[in-house]
Ligand binder design. Structure first.
Ligand code: SF4
Ligand code: SF4
Length: 185
């Protein structure tokens, strides 16, 4: 995902395995930043997939759904991944990419910024000594705050759905997410 901490050589040589192989789940904050940065509507780059965890519902008692980045029509990865040469690719929305992308594969564990275990990256791709760890920490904290806001929006939306007598469409959900007055963290 071309995280802010990856060594440039590591990501360049890898060809974007993470962007090709992961299903990338995003927050409402990420959807807003992408929509505003690209002038695209969320329905052009977001898909809803069922989850057994907390998520947006489209009808009372219906399945919970999470927001994911769409895949390219060729099935070669994230819809925003741009092929630039054989085996080389770059993020086409780098300045607006989701926080899960910009922080990948780092996490905060016991207060320390640490690479996650069992990621798709070759371990040699990463050099903690060469990373801007304070910037990584800020983004990880920003992502945590965005996830809390995301949970609050799930609850607010689901209340509306429960009070309605008809099924909502994904488009209505996306419009509501874009219009709901929250500050982008
Ligand atoms: S938004 Fe960019 S960094 Fe994130 S998965 Fe898509 S191509 Fe990769
Ligand atoms: S899998 Fe790892 S090394 Fe490869 S592009 Fe993604 S973050 Fe970079």
């Amino acid at each position: 995902m071309n995280g802010s901490g990856a060594s440039a050589a590591g990501c360049a040589d890898c060809g974007g395995k993470c962007c090709r192989e992961y299903k990338v789940g995003v927050t409402v904050r990420d959807v807003r930043v992408l929509a505003e940065g690209t002038a695209m509507h969320p329905s052009d780059f977001i898909r809803l997939l069922d989850t057994d965890k907390e998520g947006f519902r489209l009808r009372p008692g219906g399945p919970a759904k999470k927001l994911y980045l769409q895949r390219s029509s060729a099935g070669t990865g994230c819809v925003f991944l741009m092929e630039i040469a054989a085996g080389r690719a770059r993020c086409g929305v780098y300045a607006h990419r989701p926080l899960v992308c910009s922080t990948f594969p780092l996490s905060i564990q016991r207060g320390v910024v640490t690479p996650r275990e069992e990621t798709i990256c070759d371990i040699d791709s990463w050099n903690l000594a060469g990373m801007d760890l304070p910037a990584c920490r800020r983004e990880l904290i920003q992502d945590r705050s965005a996830r809390e806001e995301h949970r609050q929006l799930i609850q607010a939306w689901n209340k509306i759905v429960d009070a309605s007598d008809r099924e909502s469409t994904p488009q209505e959900l996306y419009d509501w997410l874009m219009d709901y007055p929250v500050e982008t963290p």
